[in-house]
Ligand binder design. Structure first.
Ligand SMILES: [Zn+2]
Length: 105
């Protein structure tokens, strides 16, 4: 999902167009049809609004900048793909010895 618009001032064209795109996208993932959880700075996801009200909230109150991964609006948390690989490497005794060698000799 495009998030670049959240950095623009609330009254800019970029921000307001971004809000509209966000609402369209978020409605596809809404649990209650046409009701989207409001990520405005004042609501912080406490209420669900329909699109015109949500638009007003996001323009009047700004987007909650602490909301980085939009898991309530269709995004999923990303797990690093090399997570298991990294874990295995750390358990290899050879790797530890090489590490020690490099530092103490
Ligand atoms: Zn709100």
């Amino acid at each position: 999902m495009d998030k670049s618009w959240t950095k623009y001032p609330r009254f800019s064209h970029e921000y307001q167009e971004g809000v509209k795109r966000f609402i369209l996208e978020a409605k596809k993932h809404a649990r209650i049809p046409d009701m989207v959880i409001c990520p405005s700075r004042s609501c912080k996801h406490c209420c669900q609004l329909e699109d015109s009200e949500l638009y007003n909230h996001l323009v009047m109150n700004d987007f909650d900048s602490n909301y980085k991964v939009w898991i309530l609006h269709g995004e999923s948390l990303e797990v690093p793909q090399n997570f298991d690989l990294l874990d295995d490497d750390l358990d290899m005794p050879e790797a530890h010895m090489m590490y020690d060698d490099a530092y103490f000799f």
